[in-house]
Design a binder for this molecule. Structure first.
Ligand code: F6P
Length: 548
């Protein structure tokens, strides 16, 4: 797998751009009465409307051809069957197996049936969640657990936190779930000061059990527990762990029966479906957690079986490539019009940017084309009063994903109608824009003088023709949240496969970790820093001075 630029469809798309530039999204609607039918696809509880894109029928068919020529189907099949497609770490990539254990009996990888392991872990989770929620699990003073604190970072934090937030309407009242990630004393202090050690249980989530931030926070939590009444021999009642490194978790003091397994074949940012999702299950119950897995599994099945031109991850992935590589778009924005999905952009940001922020093809050669765009976003309508200005009139092309449920969990007056109206009108405004004539007429009708009209009208022009997808679902449920996240996982996969990169390693984060250890050592010692650059030296000195 190397550069896709030699593919016939890539060359055809380069030439085709001029044809697309000669028209506009609106003109495509005007000339194609069946545009909306052609550009609407349903899967796993979601409807994707991708009609408001700078893509004609020919563009769409060239993009499908690109996916075909890049042979994403073969890589996809390899992923599902457990081949070691993460070549730089020599690992299988099997997050899809985490949600397939009810549908398939066995999947043997390295002589072991991973689905049997998944089923047994789900059972272990079930027991744990039931014990906590029923009040059978008691703290050291025989009180019920009321607060569960998840300690983890990156994939061991973002996915679970975002899903817990998204499924708040399904939260059982018995236990509150909190998250600590950052290595910032202020974060952990603020969280712990509201908690009672007698009724608090910590879940230390770390695949490696070697991540600095997580170990610092886990140690600080254990110290807090011991300082406030707990004893060493009671730690097992207040600490559990999810890790593939059982030895290190045991060394930390966690009882072996409280350790939930993780496997090498699950990447951190794809791990919310494993026991890393335990805090989600504690919050919403096991039945809802299983529904989350079912939703993701249905999206997996769609991805595996739907024809490429009707395949949501393929459509979204290839359209993303169209903008990234043929229009030079540097970023992609996700705008959920739902309070419960406000954290989604942060999770997809890690998922996508840690996966596809790469500059080497699988064979080690440099990619001479752009790969993963900058993923960002936030909840509508807040963004409309902040960064949407740039989406409408800025110089950069930023493709948008609007995401909205059709019904709300919290009807208040006609809030939901207004919220949805905002979502639809934003995609409409991005597409239609405003011409100079319209701007002038508007000013004229408001009584402006000719001089004022000429001065102000150019500032009111909005070019329009800005692309967006809209994803709709009937209701936000565990099932639809599961399928939505799986959709973005597979979209990321499709793009990585076309770019010919390995979406499943993350070597880039390693250097920062190594240098971080060195700098931490320098901050607390009298080491001579002369060999460092003068900026780094000055920053170290500023810190040391402030501590003295
Ligand atoms: O940020 C890098 C990373 O390796 C992520 O991929 C991972 O999710 C996170 O650190 C945490 O790792 P662990 O679960 O091993 O603590």
């Amino acid at each position: 797998m190397t550069s896709p630029t030699h593919l016939p469809s890539w060359k055809a798309l380069s030439e085709h751009r001029a044809e697309v530039d000669a028209t506009s999204i609106q003109q495509i609607f005007d000339t194609h009465s069946d545009r909306i039918t052609e550009c609407t696809v349903n899967a796993a509880g979601w409807t994707l409307d991708f009609s408001k894109n700078r893509a004609t029928s020919k563009t769409l068919s060239l993009l499908t051809q690109l996916a075909k020529e890049a042979d994403i189907e073969s890589l996809r099949n390899k992923m599902f069957q457990g081949d070691t497609i993460n070549s730089t770490e020599n690992r299988s990539v099997l997050h899809t197996a985490l949600r397939a254990s009810h549908a398939q009996e066995s999947l043997v990888v390295d002589n072991s049936n991973v689905l049997a392991e998944v089923r047994s872990t789900l059972k272990q989770m079930e027991k744990f969640v039931w014990q906590l929620q029923s009040g059978q699990w008691r703290g050291y003073s025989n009180k019920k657990i009321l607060d569960v604190v998840s300690i983890g970072i990156g994939g061991s934090y973002l996915g679970p936190k975002v899903v817990t937030e998204a499924l708040k309407p399904y939260a059982q009242d018995t236990i509150r779930v909190h998250y600590i990630a950052n290595i910032d004393g202020s974060d952990i202090s603020e969280k712990l000061k509201k908690l009672d050690p007698e009724t608090t249980l910590f879940i230390v989530s770390s695949k490696s059990f070697g991540t600095l931030e997580t170990l610092y926070n886990a140690n600080a939590s254990r110290e807090w527990f011991l300082r406030n009444g707990g004893q060493e021999n009671q730690i097992h009642k207040h600490f559990a762990a999810v890790s593939s490194n059982v030895k290190k978790a045991v060394e930390f003091g966690i009882a072996e029966e409280n350790i939930f397994p993780m496997w090498d074949w699950v990447g951190g940012r794809y791990s919310l479906w494993s026991a890393i999702g335990l805090p989600i299950a504690v919050s919403v119950g096991m039945e809802n957690f299983r529904a989350l897995l079912d939703g993701a599994h249905e999206m997996d099945t769609h991805f595996k079986t739907a024809p490429l031109e009707k395949n949501l991850p393929v459509i979204m992935g290839t359209l993303g490539i169209w903008y990234c590589n043929f229009y030079g778009a540097q970023s992609h924005v996700l705008i959920p019009y739902d309070h419960y999905l406000r954290g989604l952009p942060a999770h997809i940001q890690q998922l996508d940017m840690e996966s596809n922020g790469k500059a080497n093809h699988q064979d080690g050669s440099n990619t001479e084309i752009d790969t993963g765009p900058i993923i960002w976003g936030g909840s509508g309508t807040n963004g409309q009063h902040a960064y949407h200005q740039l989406l409408h009139q800025g110089t950069r092309l930023v493709p948008v994903d609007f995401i909205a449920p059709l019904t709300t969990h919290n009807p208040v007056n006609d809030h939901h109608l207004q919220l949805f109206a905002n979502c639809v009108s934003q995609s409409q405004a991005l597409m239609v824009g405003k011409t100079l004539t319209q701007a002038k007429d508007e000013l004229k009708n408001s009584g402006a003088t000719n001089e004022q009209i000429n001065k102000i009208a150019p500032h009111k022009v909005i070019k329009g023709n800005r692309p967006s997808n809209t994803l709709l679902t009937e209701k936000l449920t565990p099932f639809t949240v599961g399928s939505l996240i799986a959709l973005y996982e597979h979209k990321t996969f499709v793009q990585g496969a076309i770019w010919g990169i390995n979406s499943f390693d993350q070597w880039g984060v390693e250097l920062g970790k190594v240098l971080g250890t060195d700098i931490a050592q320098r901050l607390s010692s009298s080491t001579d820093n002369a060999e460092l650059d003068t900026s780094t030296q000055a920053l170290i000195e500023a810190f040391k001075k402030a501590q003295s």
